[in-house]
Ligand binder design. Structure first.
Ligand SMILES: [Zn+2]
Length: 222
């Protein structure tokens, strides 16, 4: 169902958005990627995203969003705050309030400028870790808002919305990108590419999903 249209992928160089980039390349004729630079804990994230985009032959936009750092003291933007998991329903310390609201809005403005109708984001409600602007209702509401704000028929796609981490690995595999995603993406909060440090919450989630997916695949193969 390749569409003869242009898409922009919100792209961080992590597992989810890289899978989305492969998904977009499968579905749209022309794909560009946008990465937001908000002085991430690891500038390696930007480097990683740049390398992946180059390797896949995708035009890459990097937008300076350092203003977010001013607004949100958080573990992702300040090295003096440790990464912790949210307890008792609290938000994890990595939370930057409204981050996806800002990112998707800017992605919409960029889409307008480059003549892209489709916006792809790897947000997901299944592994919902307390980020309200990752939820489906939010994305749908923002889609309407973007269309009204610029009088354009944008379509926001969320291919991972209802997948768990194992299923996201499955999607990468379906797209022929399992090894690529496994070896070249950065999810780890400690800045370790590929399988990561194995200790941080992001690594645990990623590795558990991979293990679960590979185990399931083995069973099917037999
Ligand atoms: Zn890690």
């Amino acid at each position: 169902m390749m569409k003869n249209e242009k898409a922009v992928v919100v792209f961080s160089g992590g597992q989810d958005s890289t899978t989305c980039l492969f998904w977009a390349k499968e579905h749209f004729k022309e794909v560009e990627a946008v990465t937001f630079n908000y002085n991430q804990r690891h500038s390696l994230e930007i480097e990683c995203a740049t390398n992946i985009a180059r390797e896949l032959g995708v035009k890459h936009h990097i937008l300076d969003m350092s203003l977010l750092n001013q607004l949100a003291p958080s573990a992702l933007t300040r090295t003096d705050i440790a990464v912790s998991e949210g307890e008792n329903g609290d938000l994890p310390s990595t939370f930057v309030p409204g981050r996806n609201l800002i990112f998707l809005s800017f992605a919409g403005i960029l889409a307008h400028q480059i003549g892209a109708k489709h916006i792809i984001t790897g947000v997901c409600e299944t592994d919902f870790s307390g980020y309200p602007d990752c939820r489906d209702a939010f994305v749908k509401a923002l889609n309407v808002t973007l269309n009204l704000s610029m009088d354009k028929p944008f379509v926001i796609h969320t291919p991972l919305m209802w997948l768990d981490k194992a299923q996201t690995w499955g999607l990468a595999d379906e797209l022929g990108a399992l090894d690529f995603v496994r070896q070249k993406t950065l999810t780890c909060y400690n800045g370790v590419i590929a399988d990561g440090c194995g200790e941080c919450p992001a690594c645990k989630l990623r590795n558990q999903g991979l293990e679960k997916y590979l185990t399931t695949r083995e069973k099917v193969d037999k």
